[in-house]
Design a protein around this ligand. Structure first.
Ligand SMILES: C[S@@+](CC[C@H](N)C(=O)[O-])C[C@H]1O[C@@H](n2cnc3c(N)ncnc32)[C@H](O)[C@@H]1O
Length: 252
């Protein structure tokens, strides 16, 4: 009975995903497993398409490339920031432009966003950005232990409905994967504009082994000046949403 119930619930989520992920020719895309995203329909602009053609072979990272070692990927040993779900990438490029001494590795499944970040990076004339267009859960498996300094997760999909909470990317298993790849003393920085997701983040992260909330258990930090306004955040501000930032330090 339990299995049947679970089966029914997974199927209905997959149906929802298929419904929401109707591709350009309106054929549903069925996915196995529970994902933290749905592939949004949306054509590439000419600029995004050309940026992908020009820069993907240079800056793009494929799962089939195997291990993602930041020192090899960037050709230098430097402070490495991983951003999961960068959206259209404006804030990621701004951060990379402001800190040329750091490496920035962005992961985003929305292809127009990947084209957009490459376009913006090229326009900005930066060379400290690499990009993956795959599910971060798969990408993280290829990152060696203790190789990342900071992980950024800004405004992840909140999955408002209770029956979809299992799709939220912030879960205990995800946190432990981050703990494996982040160096001791490194940072996991989260931001959300959905108060119940903030509560969920604190609930999970405050008790996760190997992490320390730098603001103290149950607390958020003030909005850091070095986090540029993201596109999603800006949209939320227009609707009067609050914003909560949290930072966790990894313990050795
Ligand atoms: C609500 S948007 C926020 C985008 C951006 N951070 C901002 O603040 O404007 C969340 C983004 O995360 C991406 N995403 C969700 N789950 C992901 C995953 N497992 N791997 C890669 N990207 C993911 C989605 O495609 C979406 O673009």
């Amino acid at each position: 009975m339990t299995n049947e119930t679970e089966h029914t619930s997974v199927t209905s989520d997959d149906q929802l995903a298929a419904h929401e992920t109707a591709s350009a020719d309106d054929k549903p895309v069925y996915r196995r497993g529970i994902k933290s995203f749905v592939i949004r329909a949306g054509r590439l602009t000419k600029g995004q398409e050309l940026a992908l053609e020009r820069k993907w072979s240079e800056w793009g990272v494929e799962l089939s490339d195997g291990e993602i070692n930041p020192a090899k990927l960037f050709g230098r040993d430097a402070h490495t920031v991983l951003e999961i779900g960068f959206g259209m990438g404006q804030s990621l490029v701004e951060m990379a432009q402001n800190a040329p001494e750091k490496n920035y590795f962005g992961v985003e499944v929305h292809l127009p966003g990947v084209g957009s970040v490459l376009n913006l990076a090229e326009e900005a004339g930066i060379d400290n950005l690499r990009v993956s267009k795959d599910d971060a859960i798969e990408v993280l498996k290829l990152i060696p232990d203790n190789s990342i300094d900071t992980v950024q997760l800004f405004f992840p999909d909140p999955w408002h409905k209770k029956k979809h909470h299992k799709r939220r990317i912030v879960q205990s298993e995800f946190a432990q994967t981050l703990r494996r790849i982040i160096k001791p003393g490194g940072i996991f920085h989260l931001a959300t504009d959905w108060e119940p997701y903030m509560e969920h983040m604190l609930e999970i992260m405050d008790v996760e082994e190997g992490f320390e909330n730098i603001a103290g258990s149950g607390n958020c930090i003030d909005r850091p000046d070095d986090r540029p306004l993201t596109k999603f955040e800006k949209r939320g501000q227009g609707k009067g949403h609050g914003v909560w930032d949290m930072k966790y330090r990894t313990l050795g």
